[in-house]
Design a protein around this ligand. Structure first.
Ligand SMILES: Cc1cc2nc3c(=O)[nH]c(=O)nc-3n(C[C@H](O)[C@H](O)[C@H](O)COP(=O)(O)O)c2cc1C
Ligand code: SF4
Ligand code: SF4
Length: 436
């Protein structure tokens, strides 16, 4: 069985699955439950001067029958005292010495950062995570994303923290910024040990059309909240990859955002994360989801012949590159498996109205369609010459593996856009004719 243990900048845990700083990591009781279920680490709910929350704090973006595809909150950091939080961290660490307990911190002045660092170390925390990401409430007080959106301020504050750091420091970044590598580079310049991302994305999920007030509803008003859950995963993956690929960052990464199963986790690890953190999926389904995550990741690594999860870390970083490096002479086209097709014609409509009119509807004749081969329904047929390989039909097809994309041998050598420009300039090639 593959070794799942990790070491992120000196923070060790028996597996890469950490509970993110959020309601599930609010108390020692919850952390014990998380560790009993199998989580490798917990990032404590952010500790700072205790705040006062509003009542009604969450809202959801539901799609069709699926709840919490995206999740929004206007909650602030911990509403418990700093003393109680550190006392419980100490208890947790003593009871679970092999797991990672990380204190998430948020404060303001240099003296206060030094004080919080000392208290985290005295409590026995394995490391700290600096919350520079909270996009509501705290940023209005000059903390959270107000710091994370300004690389100069990040550099200054991380510098203060590092003056007093005796345990590893992870800087948690906000996605509410154009280029995530800028704050990541600032953290690196200031000497941070690692970065984590993403915190939540500014959002309004829904407007109640009777009251004309968005959710979460607070006495006739609402506020912009932080968005997370499955819907943010692609944004988080992009940001994790951007930092992993940037030669000026090169820090260990804890990946966060929309992770709900072992596959999500493996994708984050392949794009450069050492550990992964989970919040919304735990709020939806509970701590128990980690059992399947451990089994799934372990089986996947065994199937791939990898002895350790560290072998997977960063494996897909290099193959994500700038568009100009892609091969213009590569071609793939759609191919339909008629044994699986149910004749819904979604592919035909999508290609006809939304793509390249490369699917014809022809009479089924005797061939028939799908399971049971129903005769009489029109059959979608790919017009190979017209298909540009955009993938749309395979994405809309409701039957798994019914439309697959297959490679076509063009007989041409690989050519990037850059090489194409050079060949045009030297007269070696004429322009590729525009699509009719
Ligand atoms: C209700 C709620 C409260 C949160 N509180 C914190 C917090 O105190 N500190 C922090 O760093 N992140 C906080 N987060 C952000 C999460 O740690 C995480 O970065 C984000 O939810 C993305 O992960 P997910 O898609 O698995 O939920 C909170 C998220 C939610 C939903
Ligand atoms: S891959 Fe795109 S162009 Fe080709 S058949 Fe499907 S939708 Fe049409
Ligand atoms: S979308 Fe899939 S199942 Fe529906 S007609 Fe096209 S190939 Fe068949």
């Amino acid at each position: 069985m593959a070794d799942l243990s990790i070491n992120l900048a000196g923070i060790r845990s028996p597996n890469p699955f950490w509970v993110a700083s959020a309601p599930p990591s609010n108390t020692a009781y919850q952390c014990h439950r998380a560790f009993e279920a199998g989580w490798g680490g917990v990032v404590w709910k952010t500790i700072g001067d205790p705040i006062v929350n509003v009542s009604s704090r969450y809202s959801s973006h539901n799609v069709g029958g699926m709840r919490m595809v995206g999740f929004n909150n206007i909650e602030l950091i911990s509403d418990r005292s700093i003393e109680v939080n550190f006392k419980e961290i100490k208890e947790c660490k003593e009871r679970w010495p092999d797991r990672a307990v990380i204190a998430s911190l948020m404060t303001d002045t240099r003296e206060n950062w030094h004080d919080m660092m000392k208290r985290a170390r005295d409590a026995g925390a394995d490391g700290v995570e600096l919350n520079f990401g909270c996009p509501h409430g705290m940023c209005e007080r000059g903390m959270g994303s107000a710091v994370g959106q300004n690389p100069d301020v990040i550099e200054t504050i991380v510098g203060w923290v590092m003056e007093a750091a005796e345990i590893p420091v992870i800087v948690k970044l906000t996605p509410n910024i154009t280029d995530i590598t800028q704050p990541a580079r600032a953290a690196k310049r200031a000497g941070a040990d690692a970065i984590s991302m993403i915190n939540t994305i500014n959002s309004v999920t829904q407007v109640d059309l009777d009251r004309l007030v968005p959710e979460p509803y607070v006495d006739g008003k609402s506020a912009h909240g932080g968005y997370c859950g499955p819907a943010v995963k692609p944004i988080a993956l992009n940001m994790v990859h951007s930092c992993a690929a940037d030669p000026d960052v090169q820090l260990p990464i804890s990946g966060i955002g929309g992770i709900g199963n072992w596959r999500d986790a493996a994708e984050f690890i392949a794009l450069g994360s050492t550990s992964v953190q989970v919040c919304t999926a735990i709020m939806h389904y509970g701590f128990r989801i980690v059992e399947d995550m451990i089994d799934g990741l372990s089986n996947y690594l065994d199937d791939k012949g990898m002895d350790s999860v560290n072998e997977l870390c960063g494996k897909a970083v290099k193959v994500v590159d700038r568009w100009e490096t892609l091969n213009l002479n590569y071609k793939r086209i759609a191919s339909i498996d008629y044994d699986k097709c149910i004749g819904c014609n979604l592919c035909y409509v999508a290609c006809e109205d939304g793509a390249h009119q490369a699917i014809a509807l022809t009479e089924a004749g005797e061939r028939g369609l799908g399971p049971g081969r129903l005769p009489g329904k029109p059959i979608p047929e790919i017009k190979d010459e017209e298909c540009v390989g955009c993938n749309l039909c395979s994405i809309v097809c409701p039957v798994d593996q019914c439309i697959t994309m297959v490679d076509v041998d063009t007989g041409k050598p690989p050519m990037t856009w850059k090489e194409y420009q050079e060949k045009l300039a030297s007269g070696e090639m004429k322009p590729i004719p525009a699509h009719p």
